[in-house]
Each structure stands twice: as structure tokens, then as C-alpha cells.
Design a protein around this ligand. Structure first.
Ligand SMILES: [Zn+2]
Ligand SMILES: [Zn+2]
Length: 256
């Protein structure tokens, strides 16, 4: 069994907890250290029990809590080589491990495989977390479906997946043209429709849970994202449970 709880999920801040029961990991620290500690407490954990923090990329909504967290705790951080330079400056006392897309390794009893994604950041990553037979994919902040996503997400039993924007709401948002182009471009974010394409790509009878995340507060709604994915799941003939990670509070454990 592996389980996931999200502490926050949107362009205003992202952090998730993944646990096998004895190994506990964080993905991103894009909310305040106070909120991370409080969220971990709600999960029955403390920061001292976290065996590793995995970073997707350097944008503030994925990173901002690290500086304060690192002042009081000795942390083990895992990130791409480029991001490690930033992290060393923010958290000089942390133990840093560089990781490469496609190269699997273990922390405790969880096997982690980083996945290359496509985003306007330095070497952004998604992940697969596996414990025993249970396999969880974690994909956020990507403008397109990459080849390694196609290859590595095969067979996942659960997927935390960005479903950032509704294309019409984005067009009608009144945002400057270059921002709209950035969000909807190959180095931006996944729309609800693109999230459904990812699910079609990895669909199989044992895909049990989809958690939709990083929903734009301005260019999407949880209801629209949920409806879009539920329709896609029905069309694929799957019995997959779909839920939405709340933007600013905790999603209770989803067990896989
Ligand atoms: Zn983000
Ligand atoms: Zn980003």
C-alpha cells in the first residue's frame, strides 16, 4: 500500500505527502513552513519523520517554504542537478541528492523514478512512487505529454495529475496575450482536455484513483475539472475514482 495526501494544490502553493506507512516523503514545499508543519500534523506526522523532500521545479509555488523549514530541521532534498544550486543557497545545511529522469532509486521502502516533464523551469520533474505492487504517478506543471511520461506512467494504479485550466476560461480571462500563450504552450500547463489525454494514455483496469491538482483559481473550477475527467473516465470504460485536491487545505489520505 502507498498513500498520498495533498496539503495544498494550486498556482498559489503546492505540497503533498506520500507514505508507505514506514517511509514518508514530501513532494514540493510551496506553502509556508507553518502550513507544512500543520498539514503534516493532520497527517499524523512531523517534519522530523520525513525521509526525503522531492522537488518538481524551482517556481515559488513549489518551493517557498523551504528556507524556514531548513532553519530548524536537517532535511534530505532530492532534485535535478540544476535546481540543486538554488537549493544549496536556500538550505545550506540540507543533504542534497541529484536525480536524473528515468533513473530509479530507493528511499526507505519506496522506489522513486523521476520523469522528464515540459515546463518553463530548469529540468522540471514528475515522479513515480512505488511500494510493493502499488504504483503512483505524480505529474504537475507540464505543457505537453512527454515521451518519458508515455513510457514510465504505464501501469500506474493512481495518478496525481495537473488539470490546470479550461481553455475557454483562459481565453476569456482578460490576461495579456503572452501570459495566455505561456500557460497554454508546450512549456506551460495541462488543460482539462490534456489531462484527459494523459489518462487515456495510461488507462487500464487497475487505474483506481485520479487526483486532479494545480487547478487555476481564475481559469478553471474544481467542478469543471472534475466533470471533464469523470466524462473521460466513463468514455474509457474505467471504474476509476476521481477527486480534486483542494487549493488551500488538506486532501485526506487516498490509499492505493
Ligand atoms: Zn506550479
Ligand atoms: Zn511551475
Amino acid at each position: 500500500m502507498i498513500r498520498i495526501s495533498t496539503l495544498a494544490s494550486s498556482s498559489k502553493g503546492n505540497a503533498s505527502v506520500i507514505s508507505s506507512g514506514s517511509t514518508h516523503l514530501l513532494v514540493d514545499t510551496g506553502i509556508s513552513a507553518l502550513r507544512i508543519r500543520k498539514g503534516l500534523e493532520e497527517c499524523g506526522l512531523s517534519i522530523n519523520q520525513i525521509d526525503g523532500i522531492f522537488y518538481t521545479h524551482e517556481h515559488s509555488d513549489h518551493l517557498c517554504g523551504l528556507g524556514v523549514l531548513a532553519k530548524k530541521n536537517v532535511l534530505s532534498l532530492y532534485c535535478s542537478r540544476y535546481l540543486s544550486r538554488d537549493l544549496r543557497g536556500i538550505a545550506p545545511s540540507a543533504k542534497l541528492t541529484y536525480i536524473e529522469p528515468g533513473c530509479s532509486f530507493e528511499v526507505g521502502n519506496i522506489t522513486i523514478t523521476p520523469i522528464e516533464v515540459s515546463h518553463d523551469a530548469a529540468d522540471p520533474l514528475g515522479y513515480i512512487f512505488q511500494h510493493g505492487d502499488a504504483k503512483l504517478g505524480y505529474i504537475t506543471d507540464t505543457g505537453r505529454i512527454t515521451r518519458s511520461m508515455r513510457n514510465l506512467l504505464t501501469g500506474v494504479h493512481a495518478l496525481y495529475l495537473e488539470s490546470n485550466y479550461d481553455p475557454q476560461m483562459l481565453q476569456d480571462s482578460g490576461r495579456p496575450y503572452d501570459i495566455i500563450e505561456r500557460i497554454s504552450g508546450d512549456w506551460g500547463h495541462l488543460s482539462n482536455e490534456q489531462a484527459a489525454e494523459v489518462v487515456a494514455m495510461v488507462a487500464h483496469d487497475e487505474l483506481r484513483h485520479i487526483i486532479l491538482g494545480h487547478i487555476s483559481p481564475e481559469c478553471n473550477t474544481p467542478e469543471i475539472a472534475l466533470q471533464s475527467m469523470q466524462t473521460a473516465v466513463q468514455q474509457l470504460g474505467l471504474a476509476t475514482q476521481v477527486c480534486v485536491a483542494p487549493q488551500s487545505c488538506r486532501l485526506n489520505w487516498v490509499e492505493i
